[in-house]
Design a protein around this ligand. Structure first.
Ligand SMILES: Cc1cc2nc3c(=O)[nH]c(=O)nc-3n(C[C@H](O)[C@H](O)[C@H](O)COP(=O)(O)O)c2cc1C
Length: 183
């Protein structure tokens, strides 16, 4: 079955390690016949949630206009959501997290267009060697997926990549492509 997959990236470094993982995943997913949209949160201006509790009062999910408005229809049409981020201070990048915070509108009782996302994936990379560096970000991701009732379809966490393109010297791009092919 062909799926509508949304890939949310979070690095401000264009063509960096996490974006290379995202592109490898997309290559695999498209080869398997899926439709893929890629949305670069770091190239957009998205504030975090303001906790104003006025979600949906203006027909958009968030009533404050920023680039999240562009993301809303992509989220609402997606079957599968893929988070791709560099590890920043033991967590996801702030750019990605700001977009995620606005998912709040889809979790409130008055949600007008509930998400139909059924499954999710996390791909993350960081500079340090110890795989434990990813624990916090992975727990955050798992908490989000559990809360939203999305099936976790895979976590790819790649340590020891720092400079732009370092990830090409690991097997992570093959693993990312396979996650895409198998989804
Ligand atoms: C602001 C900032 C915070 C970072 N924090 C961490 C960290 O906590 N742990 C770590 O191992 N690497 C950390 N890094 C390194 C990046 O995760 C690493 O270079 C990654 O490969 C960058 O991915 P990108 O090329 O997609 O941007 C940080 C880098 C930056 C710029």
């Amino acid at each position: 079955m062909s799926k509508n997959i949304l890939v949310l990236t979070g690095s401000p470094r264009k063509g960096g390690n996490s974006e290379m993982m995202a592109d490898a995943f997309i290559k695999g997913a498209q080869a398997s016949g899926h439709t893929v949209n890629k949305f670069d949160t770091a190239a957009k201006t998205i504030s975090g949630c303001r906790a104003c509790e006025t979600c949906w009062s203006k027909d958009t999910a968030c009533s404050f206009k920023d680039d999240f408005t562009e993301l809303e229809p992509l989220l609402e049409n997606a079957d599968t959501l893929v988070f791709v981020t560099p590890l920043y201070w033991f967590g996801m990048s702030a750019q990605l997290k700001s977009a995620i915070d606005k998912f709040y509108a889809y979790a409130v009782p008055g949600c007008k267009r509930p998400l139909k996302i059924k499954e999710s994936i996390l791909m993350i990379c960081g500079a340090d060697e110890d795989p434990k560096i990813f624990n916090g970000a992975i727990e955050t991701y798992k908490g989000i997926a559990d809360y939203m009732k999305w099936q976790n379809r895979g976590i790819l966490a790649v340590p020891k990549v720092s400079g732009k393109g370092d990830i090409a010297h690991t097997d992570a791009l093959q693993q990312a492509e396979k996650l895409g092919t198998d989804i």
